[in-house]
Design a protein around this ligand. Structure first.
Ligand SMILES: *[C@@H]1O[C@H](CO)[C@@H](O)[C@H](O)[C@H]1NC(C)=O
Length: 725
């Protein structure tokens, strides 16, 4: 347990949280603030106009020429690089996970450790080398992320497969920082430890760190297809795929190419160990050592179908038409071969297809939920074409965010996984009038919810701020999902998250305002109410950009989970901050927002740090730094902190984390001493958070710190700021 001393005199008392040992940090040298860096600022790096003007067909033509031009440094299997490119794109995108939106090909971090050295990415360095001339030719118009996805998708098309289209707009990262939580790394051990490699649980996306999904040989290498099936289902579900999609992807992907495992001695050192000549191969001798027939990639050996550069549903037919037996591959792994026809007929030389399956492939026939789809795809090529093209597009695009983020001329219509919103109702309301009505509601008693009391009068401002914050704070920069647009805080699952308790009642206080404006969305109302309240409390110029719309109330619940909680609250702050894409400065500034005592009680705490939530100033930081804090537990069982010697002054463990993280602490000290600095940082952070999800504005990469300029642009629906009211 580490104690934090402040100025010698103040002692931070730590709570005795169950099981955690040390809730505010690590016992060893690695503390959370060192582990989880500020998120990578990614948006500025994209030249949107260049991407928009890319001639996609020209790139596709170049790719198709490249696929058929086998090169000596890495000879193409069957004379076609298509299958290699399908694998490249799959393994770039397939690291995505729904739990926190991390992973995926946006950022193209497959080029960096840890991803580049994953076992599942063996020899993909060669695929990227093959693509380099095309990357060089198109420059900024074609990012690595887009090129990899375009290469895989064009390969499918070139081999006769069905393709829905392509969404461009991935932004390349400068390093692998944002993939450190995927592991293996100290960051991953901190935020997503895996107790038993091979049985890793969510939030990790796969059962095995270093693999995209599961061990294809079977659970912990056992060729047990019955036990493999639930692992396959679980790991695909963590990436947002259902049974129909999972079976289409596995069998559709394995329509192409072969597995490589020519000998038992493996591929040689990974890039992290031998960056100049990674995975040189250990099979064979002479100039073809480690290449062509001597390639070792996964350790399995052979193709899944008899025509591995041609799209078809043979994979599914082979699975249902044969009985399969396991055997040991030349690479020393368990894999499967056909032993007789499913109807009992023996195979002879002519009828025995020279193909293999993995335990995970065979598992699809051992589970009724999967087998249903195997049979459908075996019988109906059209059904497979439809399912595969949609599932592939989802796999490629899942981490890119809403449809409005997709660039290029070959973008398909919005898909369900992109959680499309209806267009805003027109004409947009007069937001200045709305703001005036909201200002009146600040002090008007409402039956929907008791107000806070300030100076003996009812005051709803801090509750409006709370609602707007909660509505927007589920934004994830990791996959550009969430945010207040859509007002999904009204809907399951968000409305049922414990941290949103009471939000529905606050919205009811505001609902009468909406009655006068038939085209006013809940989303705009919520954000504007937060802004009006903050300006009333003393903030300058809160930017407001109207034009949000509401997700329909019968929308299928989105599979998002609430921000993750950790016993270690520094880690929690750092993890949430990374996922939201906030800097430490923004995080700390936002913590100084007015906090309603009545709402804090509704959330289970004993109260707030202030009895006057009607003022936005730097007193939060003065209170945080000016007291000794004693760990306590509220009547509702929430861990909290009581200010020693002060009556009714409470902070949450998340507040105290700001005092325990030295970088955040320094920012808090600056704000405590400089009210102007706090005001400026707060307004910027609030505006950025409220605009973070506004990809619909089509203002390229301008979201964020520049939100104030956005508000001033005079576009339809944009008011300068509510201070004008
Ligand atoms: C094959 O699948 C397609 C697409 O799902 C469907 O429209 C068609 O009816 C199916 N054909 C048969 C014979 O079931």
């Amino acid at each position: 347990m580490r104690l934090t001393r402040q100025g010698g005199a103040l002692l931070l008392l730590l709570p005795a949280l169950a099981s955690a040992g040390c809730p505010f940090g690590f016992d060893g040298a690695d503390s959370a603030q060192n582990l989880l860096a500020e998120p990578v600022a990614r948006r500025a790096a994209l030249d949107v106009e260049a991407v928009r003007s890319l001639d996609i067909d020209a790139v596709k033509d170049d790719l198709k020429k490249l696929f058929r031009n086998s090169q000596d440094f890495w000879p193409a299997d069957f004379g076609h690089y298509g299958p290699l490119m399908v694998r490249l794109a799959w393994h770039c995108t397939g690291s995505y996970r729904l739990s926190d939106g991390r992973g995926g090909c946006d950022g193209a971090r497959q080029r960096f450790d840890p991803e580049r050295s994953w076992d599942d990415n063996t020899n993909l360095d060669k695929a990227r080398s093959l693509l380099w001339p095309i990357k060089a030719k198109y420059g900024k118009a074609l990012t690595w992320g887009d090129l990899i996805v375009l290469a895989g998708t064009t390969a499918i098309e070139d081999m006769g497969g069905p393709v829905l289209g392509v969404c461009l707009g991935r932004i390349d990262d400068a390093d692998g920082t944002d993939s450190l939580p995927l592991g293996p790394s100290k960051e991953q051990e901190a935020v997503a430890p895996c107790e038993t490699q091979g049985s890793c649980q969510s939030p990790l996306g796969s059962t095995t760190i270093g693999l995209i999904y599961v061990n294809p040989e079977g659970p912990h290498g056992e060729p047990d297809p019955v036990r493999s099936a639930p692992q396959v289902r679980d790991s695909f579900a963590r990436m947002g795929m259902n049974d129909a999609e999972t079976v289409a992807l596995v069998g559709g992907g394995h329509a192409f190419g072969k597995a490589h495992g020519a000998c038992p001695t493996g591929p040689g050192p990974a890039p992290k160990d031998q960056p100049l000549d990674p995975w040189p191969g250990t099979c064979g001798a002479g100039p073809m050592k480690g290449k062509g027939d001597n390639t070792f990639t996964s350790g399995f050996e052979g193709p899944w179908t008899t025509n591995p550069t041609q799209w078809d549903n043979e994979y599914f037919k082979l699975l249902v038409d044969h009985e399969w037996e396991s055997y040991i591959s030349p690479g020393g792994h368990n894999q499967w071969r056909p032993v007789r026809k499913a109807n009992g007929e023996e195979l002879d030389a002519a009828s025995n297809p020279s193909v293999m399956m993995l335990t995970t492939d065979v598992s699809l026939t051992k589970d009724p939920g999967f087998l249903k789809w195997v049979k459908i795809y075996a019988e109906n090529q059209t059904a497979l074409d439809e399912a595969f093209s949609h599932a592939w597009y989802k796999l490629m695009t899942r981490d890119v965010g809403p449809h409005s983020r997709c660039l290029g001329s070959q973008v398909p219509p919005p898909q369900p996984f992109q959680a499309p919103l209806p267009p805003p109702l027109k004409p947009l309301p007069d937001y200045k009038k709305v703001a005036r009505d909201i200002a009146r509601a600040l002090n008007a008693p409402s039956k929907a919810l008791p107000a806070d009391t300030v100076g003996g009068k009812p005051y709803y401002g801090a509750l409006f701020v709370h609602l707007a914050f909660q509505c927007a704070a589920n934004y994830r920069q990791t996959d550009y999902s969430g945010g207040c647009n859509g007002a999904r805080i009204r809907l399951a699952p968000q409305k049922d998250w414990p941290l949103n308790r009471g939000a529905d009642s606050i919205l009811k206080v505001l609902t009468p305002v909406r009655a006068a404006y038939p085209t006013l969305s809940y989303a705009d109302l919520i954000v504007l109410a937060g802004g009006v309240a903050l300006e009333e409390a003393g903030a300058d110029h809160i930017a407001f950009v109207g034009g949000r719309s509401d997700a329909p109330s019968d929308e299928a619940p989105l599979p998002f989970q609430p921000p993750r909680e950790f016993d270690d609250k520094i880690l929690e702050a750092r993890d949430n901050m990374q996922v939201m894409g906030l800097t430490a400065r923004e995080w700390v500034a936002l913590a100084g927002r007015p906090r309603s005592p009545s709402q804090q009680k509704r959330l289970g705490y004993s109260g707030s740090w202030t009895a006057d939530p009607s003022v936005l100033d730097n007193s939060y930081f003065k209170v945080l730094l000016g007291h000794q804090w004693e760990a306590a537990s509220s009547d509702a069982g929430q861990d909290e902190f009581r200010a020693a010697g002060a009556d009714g002054v409470w902070m949450t463990p998340r507040d105290l984390a700001i005092r325990s993280d030295p970088e955040m602490m320094a920012i808090a000290q600056e704000f405590a001493a400089d009210a102007k600095a706090f005001h400026a940082s707060f307004v910027a952070a609030w505006s950025r958070l409220m605009a973070a999800d506004r990809f619909d504005l089509d203002l390229p990469a301008v979201k964020g710190a520049e939100a104030l300029q956005v508000a001033g642009s005079g576009d339809d629906g944009v008011t300068r700021h509510v201070a004008d009211v």
